[in-house]
Each structure stands twice: as C-alpha cells, then as structure tokens.
Design a binder for this molecule. Sequence first.
Ligand SMILES: Cc1cc2nc3c(=O)[nH]c(=O)nc-3n(C[C@H](O)[C@H](O)[C@H](O)COP(=O)(O)O)c2cc1C
Length: 414
Amino acid sequence: MNKLHMAQPIRLHTKTAPNRIVYHPMECCDADERGDPTDLTLERYRKFAEGKPGLIFVEGCKVTKESHGRIRDLGVEPHNIKGMSKIVDTIREVSPGTLILFQISHDGRRSGSFSRVVSVYPTGDPDIHVLTTDELVAIEDMFAQSAWVVEQAGGDGIDFKTCNGYLGSEVLRPANTRSDGYGGSFENRTRFFRETVDKMRKRVSNNFILGARISREVIPGGVGSSGSDSCEEDLSEFVDFARLMEQERMHYVSVHVSNAAYFAEKWVQMPTNKNPQDVFVHFRLTRMIKEAVSMPVMGAGYSYLGNGKNKLTGDKPEMKSFTYWAEKNLEEKSTDMVGVGRQSFADPHFARKILDGKVDRIDYCRTCQDCFRLVTHQERSGCVVYDKRYKESYRLLQQKQRSEKDNRGSRTCT
Ligand SMILES: Cc1cc2nc3c(=O)[nH]c(=O)nc-3n(C[C@H](O)[C@H](O)[C@H](O)COP(=O)(O)O)c2cc1C
C-alpha cells in the first residue's frame, strides 16, 4: 500500500478522487473556431490522463463566444456538448478513476478585442462597455447553461471561475461599486455568485460537483484588498467568501493568488526564480481557507518546487522539493489536495511518477514562463523546454516580435 498522503483517495461530494494530486486548468489556445477540441487538445488530455492524477481540471472554457480571452478558446455552449464529451471520453479511456471538472468562465474585461470586452464597473476606458443589470443576469443564465452542458457531456462537475481577474472575480472586488444591487457591499458583490450557483443547481443533478477557484488579487481594489482603490491587504472578505461558498453548499474550493492582469511582470500566481518565496504565499492563503471551512480545499503554486534544486532559501534540496511540501501540507492539514499547472505541461506523467517514487524520471518544469508567453500572444501552448513543437512555436514568435520591432524602429527613423 502506498503510504504517501498524496496517494490517499479523497471524497468530493458523491465521488472519489483516487489520489490527491490535481492538474490545474491550463488554457492552451488550440480549440477550433466553434470552441471544440482539436486533435492537439485531445492529445494533451490523453497525456494528462496517462499521468493518473486524482483530478483533472479542463482549462477555462467559455460560457459564450462573446467572452473569449483567446482566439482559440474552448467553448462550453450547447453546440459544444459533443466536443466536450470527446475530452471526457479521451480521459476516461486512459484513466477511468480520475475526476474531470471543467472550469467555466466568462472572461469579462479579459476577453479579447476579437470577442467583446466588457466590464462589471467603469474602468476609465470609454471603449469598454459596462454591463447593464440585464446583461449581468443573462450571464448568470449562461453559467447555469454551461454547467448543464458539462453534465450532458459526462463531466463530473464544474469549477466556477471566480479568480484571476475574469468576470466571476471582477464582480467580487471592493472596486466594484455598482449601485444596482450587484456592487458596493459584500452582500451585493456576492449576489451574482449566489444567484448563479442557485441557477446552476436547478439545471444539474444532485451528484454533480460544484466548486470554484478563488484568488487573492494583487491589484488595488482587487479581491483581498481593503477598499475600492486600496492596495492594503485585507483577507477577511477572501475568507468570508470561502465560508459563503460552503453555506451555498459548494463541494470544494480551489485557492489561488493572482496578479489579475496579463501585463504584470512579477508573477505572484506563478512562482519563478525571480519570486521563489511566492510559493509560500500560496501555501499560507490555502491554509487560511482550510482553517475556515470544512469542504475539501485545493492548493496551487507547486510547480516551482520540482526536485528541490531551486532558489528557495535552505541548503537541502530534499526539504525544498514538491514531494516534501506536498506531504507536509497534506499531513499538517494545510490543504486537502495539491495541484500543479506548469509541471503538468513539462511532464504530463508527473503524478504517476511521483506516486510511484520515480522522481528521477520526471522532466521538471523550469518555470521559464514561455508556455505562458505563448498563450498571452494567442499562440497554441505547451512546454517549450521538452516539446519540440512548442520550442519551434516560441522561436517563430520571437522572430515575429523581432521583425515587428525592427519595422517600428525603421518607421521611427524615417
Ligand atoms: C499557460 C497557462 C495557462 C493557464 N490557464 C489557466 C486557466 O485556464 N484557468 C486558471 O484558473 N488558471 C490558469 N493558469 C494558472 C494555473 O492553473 C496555475 O494555477 C499556475 O500556473 C500556478 O501553478 P503552478 O506553479 O503549478 O504552475 C494557467 C497558467 C499557465 C502557465
């Protein structure tokens, strides 16, 4: 019997994840124009399934064509049921026990200009449409419809994206001062969430898992700040929101830290050699939530740790590794599940190798951030270090950027 804490099953509502390793949602920009998965998308999920994690989150799928942050985002509208079921079947064929939750999102202000950029509250940019009350309520219905779509496609449940600056988190911010009952007080800012969850529940069966990803946003007026334009940290509402999720009978909470913006250079949400200690920001916040609720809690930010040969303070790699911190956090009940994002790109078989103790065979994520750069430039994404296709995509992207820079330079000179 495998004695690792990570190897122990865990109950999520009526279903059981066979182990405690989660592959977090990772948007890759490789759907087709209808928002259905392409062969490339399916290949990625098949490889994830070969890793046999306890749970796979399918990347942020969009509740409407009008809310796509990426040109080739996955969609989760009624016409996508067949496409979504292909993802489910692909994973189940290889790893029948792995739970499959689809993250559903309205990208709001983070939608691309090719889609429709909208905001919950005025941004100062007159070109960004501020949603009317009717439009906001219609988006609640879209989320409910998407939950239904996921169940029709055979998914185990959904992850309501209330993190990272997308619409579900924008509405929660102290910066949201709308006066129509959806902004201002905490009660009003959480109305959209509560109404949406009620609507989802009416459209899915009792077995269906409902959860959400929440994030402390490192921006003034963001979730976890003390006022509408404050940069001071105040996590009381962040914790209260997790409590509210539990009151709303959600089945788990996934905890994240976010810059809530693409332009940020210091990636708090993704620890790198530039900000290694930010892994502990993730761990502290996750523990804070874990202490406040009794539903299962999932943590993030683990990819940086790798085999312990990293820039965290301390001499002993074995006390700085993924296995060390995952086991410690689970043992101390600082989290119920541990999740990786970028590491699942670097080595999709990561979970199986960790659980089998084959840690020397893992291709460890170098946290170079090139996968993220590809996505932010609307390119299909994957691991640039270990997968030749993405290495080549990244080379072409750099080439394009250099020539655009040269063209701009020559225009300025003339
Ligand atoms: C290319 C890329 C795409 C991502 N897409 C999503 C997404 O769709 N939804 C989400 O909540 N987070 C997304 N994230 C964040 C990851 O899920 C994860 O939380 C983050 O990378 C930190 O975990 P890690 O240190 O294990 O990589 C993405 C990150 C990257 C690098």
